[in-house]
Design a protein around this ligand. Structure first.
Ligand code: HEM
Length: 179
């Protein structure tokens, strides 16, 4: 997992819960990195999972909800860092259905070792999108947060439903209806 995902996460934790919480979740985790991240480095996903687990235990907020809120923050990072990539799109459904064949293809050019999910478009119209998410990291709520913000970015809203295809969340169907 890319360092930018860790650095932005810890910044958000500091903002919302304070530096003591950052120290607490780092010191209660077993981290090969010792909790020192640079935005261009690459670190094990198990480090992110431990940080999320400990934050969840200390705040009572579920990991899914932490990932949702984190993704909404991360979209702002994307808007700032990759404005050109977003400017390619005029419509949220066009953008979301292009993650697999365009957006994450570009991400991989920038970060060859990025750990990205797979999105398969099942059905698509102007107002409606069904897409299957597959990833061993089960970060579907991170995807949900990015999708919510994608609609907001285009001054639009949607109703997005998740249906777990695999119980452990490694395969999830997104049913997206533009309002
Ligand atoms: C992961 C970039 C749009 C879904 C990532 C990562 C980066 C990235 C850097 C982390 C990779 C790693 O840690 O190794 C971008 C950029 C985007 C974009 C630059 C737009 C310009 C989206 C959108 C979605 C999405 C719109 C909506 C579904 C995900 C998910 C992950 C991810 C779910 C977590 C990894 C996983 O589940 O396996 N993306 N992304 N991305 N991205 Fe994107």
């Amino acid at each position: 997992m890319k360092g930018i995902v860790f650095t932005e996460f810890l910044e958000l934790v500091e903002d919302k819960f304070g530096l003591e919480m950052v120290d607490k979740i780092i010191s209660s985790s077993e981290l090969e990195s010792e909790g020192v991240y640079t935005s261009v480095g690459t670190y094990s996903f198990s480090e992110m999972l431990q940080l999320l687990q400990h934050l969840s235990e200390n705040t009572g907020i579920s990991i899914d909800n932490l990932l949702l809120v984190y993704a909404e923050h991360f979209f702002g990072v994307i808007e700032k860092s990759y404005p050109g990539l977003l400017a390619t799109y005029k419509d949220p459904i066009e953008m979301i259905s292009s993650i697999e064949n365009h957006i994450h293809v570009e991400v991989r050019k920038i970060y060859p070792d990025a750990e990205l999910p797979t999105f398969e478009v099942i059905e698509k119209t102007d107002k409606y999108l069904i897409m299957d998410y597959t990833s061993s990291r089960a970060m579907h709520h991170f995807g949900l947060g990015l999708m919510n913000k994608t609609f907001e970015h285009f001054n639009s809203t949607a109703t997005i439903e998740l249906e777990k295809i695999k119980e452990d969340g490694t395969k999830v169907r997104f049913v997206i209806n533009k309002n």
